[in-house]
Write a protein that binds this ligand. Structure first.
Ligand SMILES: [Zn+2]
Length: 543
């Protein structure tokens, strides 16, 4: 049975013993030199006791004391794993401030949905051969419980990248496959291509993350029997395969001879149409297998009449959230996809496993656009809210984390409430905001947010597609921002070291959790530990 909050019990006991001790001390009367003064003689002044911070902390303490710790293996009927790709700590802080400021608040005090969860910890993200990781190795750690080299998906750490034969001998089983084998429903939702590293890590076993369709496989890999990622997805054997899959990546499922509804050609050279193969596989078994590829199709999904759902909304990655209005055929938001996935998965009384990835926080950062990364992170938090509102902490474990960080910094001494995307305005000697932005030693203003690496500064005005930055040359270092609106969608932050793109960062990422087993994620843990918490809480491991 659920154990009522152990921490609360321990805290209560500590308070009782403290009172007893102080009482004893007071009873012992005489206050000799070297002894502590009786605690009862100290009273908190009204400016402390009546402070809003004091009251808020007391409320938060009360709420924390009511949290239920459920330590029973298998208590999590449902598991929802949210991965903000590249959502490091500085991204979470900046996204929190942006979300608050969008609602008219100062921003710093705001809480993103998952920051209200009762448990949090830190995760070490390195790959077995890289200090700062890539998304394939990190996703493998999360999904299989084993760390591996960078660039590989669900193969053991001794498999060299790109080695087909070794990979076929040393595959790893994923948490999604285990959930399927337990009769649970499974889902994968991402704004990236469904064949991209994080979503692919739920089902694919390849020694090279780039093998998204057959055109990318070298001849010897084909000869040695390796299969591309998209083909592995539609053929997944565990249970009855993935039940709900929505994201981008249409091109990897369609042959070169087919042009999609947005005018983009397929990439497959083997002539296979994997969308048709997927539908045939399930329809042959009598299931209702529905394929959708635009906003209208998404809105038309009949939950009750759909057993399997495949949504491919873009040839490559889906749009950045702020750029979604420019999509040719229309596509749903991450939070809308999350809501639909949950409705479909909830139909299984044995529960489900769902991965929801915000794939493009990472891409916004790589392009040097904090605006894109942060607005996608805010939408990611909305998707988490959908899951928090639509499930119960009694039977559903929700985990929110990032696969790795990015080199975004929050710098200078901006005054409270300064626009997070703005130039730094400091306080004067009385603690009041200066009338104009501060200038650096080079005489020019600077922004709160900047990157250590990347293509650097660009002013693209109201452009909402951050990837346009790649069409311009790298421009690292300092630029005069005096006349530039750094809060505009098209502004790209300055970067110190010029590189083809901004890079991942190697520090730990956060992890937040609610539900059965959530308390196990406290502390600082290896990324591979996440799988084991999911497997234990969901009783997924074979006996
Ligand atoms: Zn990345």
């Amino acid at each position: 049975m659920a154990v009522k909050h152990l921490i609360a019990a321990a805290l209560g006991a500590a308070l009782v013993s403290a009172c007893t001790e102080s009482g004893d001390t007071a009873a012992a009367s005489s206050h000799r030199a070297g002894e502590k003064s009786p605690a009862a003689s100290i009273t908190l002044p009204p400016q402390q006791r009546d402070s809003a911070w004091f009251a808020q902390a007391q409320r938060d303490l009360g709420a924390a004391s009511e949290v239920v710790i459920d330590n029973r293996p298998g208590a999590a009927k449902n598991i929802i794993l949210f991965v903000g790709d590249g959502m490091g700590i500085s991204t979470v802080t900046a996204a929190r401030i942006l979300a608050g400021q969008q609602q008219g608040m100062s921003g710093e005090e705001y809480q993103l949905s998952f920051e209200k969860m009762p448990f949090a910890g830190l995760i070490k993200t390195y790959n077995t051969n890289q200090q700062t990781p890539d998304s394939a190795g990190t996703a493998t750690a999360i999904m299989s419980g084993v760390k591996t080299k960078a660039g590989v998906l669900n193969v053991a750490e001794d498999v060299p990248r790109g080695d087909c034969l070794a990979s076929r001998q040393r595959p790893l089983v994923t948490v999604l496959e285990l959930a399927e084998s337990r009769g649970k429903s499974t889902g994968v939702v991402s704004t990236a291509r469904l064949t991209h590293a994080t979503p692919a890590s739920t089902y694919a076993k390849v020694p090279e993350r780039g093998w998204e369709s057959d055109d990318a496989l070298p001849a010897d890999a084909k000869e040695n029997g390796c299969v591309d990622i998209a083909a592995q997805m539609v053929a997944l054997e565990a249970g009855n395969g993935i039940d709900v899959a929505m994201g981008g990546g249409r091109r990897h499922f369609l042959p070169v001879s087919v042009t999609d509804l947005e005018g983009q050609p397929g990439r497959r050279q083997d002539g296979r149409n994997l969308v048709q193969e997927w539908q045939q596989r399930y329809r042959a078994g009598g299931a209702s297998a529905v394929y959708i590829e635009d906003q209208a199709g998404f809105e038309g999904v009949d939950i009750a009449a759909t057993d399997k759902l495949l949504g491919l909304f873009e040839s490559s990655h889906m749009r950045y959230e702020e750029d979604r209005g420019n999509d040719v055929a229309g596509e749903p938001s991450l939070s809308a996809m999350t809501a639909t996935a949950l409705k479909l998965l909830e139909k299984n009384s044995d529960g489900y496993f769902l991965l929801v990835e915000s794939g493009r926080i990472d891409h916004g950062h790589h392009a040097g656009s904090a605006y894109s990364a942060l607005t996608d992170a805010v939408e990611f938090a909305r998707a988490v809210q959908v899951a928090m509102d639509g499930t119960s902490a009694e039977d559903t474990l929700i985990i929110v984390t990032a696969d790795h960080s990015h080199v975004l910094t929050i710098a200078g001494y901006p005054t409270r409430g300064n626009p997070i995307l703005g130039k730094v305005v400091t306080n004067d000697s009385h603690g009041e905001p200066e009338p104009a932005p501060a200038t650096a030693k080079d005489g020019m203003p600077f922004t709160t947010l900047s990157y250590a690496t990347g293509r650097g500064f660009a002013d693209l005005g109201d452009e909402t597609d951050a990837d346009v930055r790649y069409e311009l040359p790298a421009a690292a270092g300092r630029h005069d921002l005096s006349e530039i609106d750094t809060t505009a969608p098209g502004f790209h932050q300055e970067a110190l070291v010029p590189l083809a793109g901004e890079t991942h960062a190697g520090e730990d990422v956060g992890i937040w959790a609610r539900g059965p087993g959530a308390h196990l994620l406290g502390g600082t843990n290896e990324q591979s530990y996440i799988f084991h918490v999911m497997a234990r809480s969901g009783a997924l491991l074979p006996h």
